[in-house]
Design a protein around this ligand. Structure first.
Ligand SMILES: *Cc1c(COP(=O)(O)O)cnc(C)c1O
Length: 401
């Protein structure tokens, strides 16, 4: 790993999985090979995105798709498409939205730092519902009527963050939105696996769906997918692609960009700063094909045995290990380590010293306040799993003494 050491950056043991701040998911060899091969040729990016669109459409059961700069980039582009459509003036003005509908309705409980990607277009988020359960002041979640009650002439669309437990159901939100002729943009960045979600979410009628390319799909960390209705994807593509051409010469593939809808040649849109390279597009498509055909099944077994190794090393330690496997056998197993009640208040210190050691070890700290640390095997190899286990044990001894 000298390429990093030469820069005085220490490679770490990443037990957090495909998180962006630690470098994302491991790309398989075939994906890396495809990336390198793509570097040896030049193609018009609109033609390449049109080819990608066909592949993504086939994998997701949608009309069209785009390779984007992450799921966050897809959210920005999807929102830009909803706001501007094929109106060149609006495309040019974003993120200035005065004079046209630019409110996006979202459930208060679905707000997160990621919706900055929606707001970056100039869209104004209008929150509905409450966070009653979290605030310990009620029992109900957001309801569909609350979205509808917020619809005004300024409403441009609905944003929905999908998960297995999202409320109200996506179906009911879509039914209401379509009754009011509003598009629904769904953030499903991390909702793979299960593989079936690739098509199932759009299958519910969502107009646009976003996925991360650098999580379970294991394409380049910087990639994502926007898929859905052709018209919207066309607008998104126009606002992302480099537009430095002459209208008379420009000949975009009609299944990606409907030139007949344009009164002239757009300038660079708001998504021009979210560009992806030819290599990234090819690598993402290669990873998507592998993910779709269950190319990662074998590694899932190895992941399980790495977690067992760690569990064995910790068998005598003052912790409780829970190896979580998923019945659908698609999601990767996880190891949850709960410190004994005496040690639990020091869990943050333990995370800190794991990070400060050599090599630095990053465990999942999502539930550290409860004395729980997670170990995600996605980015581990067998040697690292053993190192992690024994370092964990050492740190526990230090903590006890
Ligand atoms: C990971 C994630 C994102 C961002 O995805 P990128 O591909 O890193 O841009 C957005 N929304 C949610 C819910 C996520 O989990």
């Amino acid at each position: 790993m000298n390429i990093y050491r030469d820069l005085d950056v220490d490679p770490i043991i990443n037990a957090c999985g495909a998180v962006t701040r630690l470098g994302g998911a491991p790309m398989p060899g075939t994906v890396l090979d495809a990336f390198c091969e793509a570097a040896h040729g030049w193609v018009p990016l609109d033609q390449l995105q049109a080819a990608a669109s066909r592949k993504i459409a086939a994998a997701t059961g949608t009309e069209a798709g785009l390779v984007t700069s992450g799921s966050a980039g897809a959210s920005t582009l999807g929102t830009a498409a909803i706001l501007a459509g094929h109106d060149l003036g609006r495309m040019e003005r974003l993120p200035q939205c005065a004079g046209f509908p630019h409110e996006i309705i979202i459930a208060r409980e679905q707000r997160s730092g990621y919706d900055h990607a929606i707001r970056a277009t100039g869209a104004k988020l209008v929150e509905v519902g409450f966070n009653e359960i979290v605030s310990n002041a009620g029992a109900r979640r957001t309801e569909t009527w609350e979205y509808e009650a917020a619809v005004t002439g300024e409403t441009a669309g609905i944003a929905y963050v999908y998960s297995e437990t999202s409320q109200p159901s996506l179906e009911s939100v879509i039914a209401m939105a379509h009754r009011r002729k509003l598009p629904v943009l769904v953030d499903a960045a991390g909702e793979l696996p299960p593989k079936k979600n690739l098509a199932a979410i759009a299958g519910l009628g969502a107009d646009l769906v976003t996925f991360s390319g650098g999580k379970a799909i294991r394409g380049p960390q910087s990639t994502g997918i926007l898929c859905g209705r052709r018209e919207l994807i066309s607008s998104a593509a126009l606002q992302m692609l480099d537009m430095d051409d002459h209208f008379e010469l420009w000949d975009p593939p009609p299944d990606l960009i409907d030139r007949s809808q344009l009164v002239g040649h757009p300038r660079h849109g708001i998504g021009r700063s979210l560009k992806v390279s030819k290599e990234e597009i090819i690598a993402l498509l290669t990873a998507l094909a592998k993910f779709s055909s269950d190319g990662y099944a074998e590694e899932r077994e190895q992941a399980y045995s790495m977690l067992q190794t760690i569990q064995n090393i910790l068998s005598e330690a003052p912790v409780e290990c829970r190896l979580i496997d998923f019945p659908d056998q698609e999601r990767w197993p996880l190891l949850e380590v709960t410190l004994s009640p005496a040690l639990a208040p020091h869990a943050l210190d333990m995370c800190r010293s794991l990070r400060d050691g050599k090599p630095p070890i990053y465990v999942d700290h999502t539930r550290v306040q409860e004395g729980i640390m997670g170990i995600n095997p996605l980015c581990l190899d067998a040697t690292q799993a053993e190192t992690l286990g024994s370092r964990f044990l050492e740190e526990l001894h230090t903590l006890k003494s």
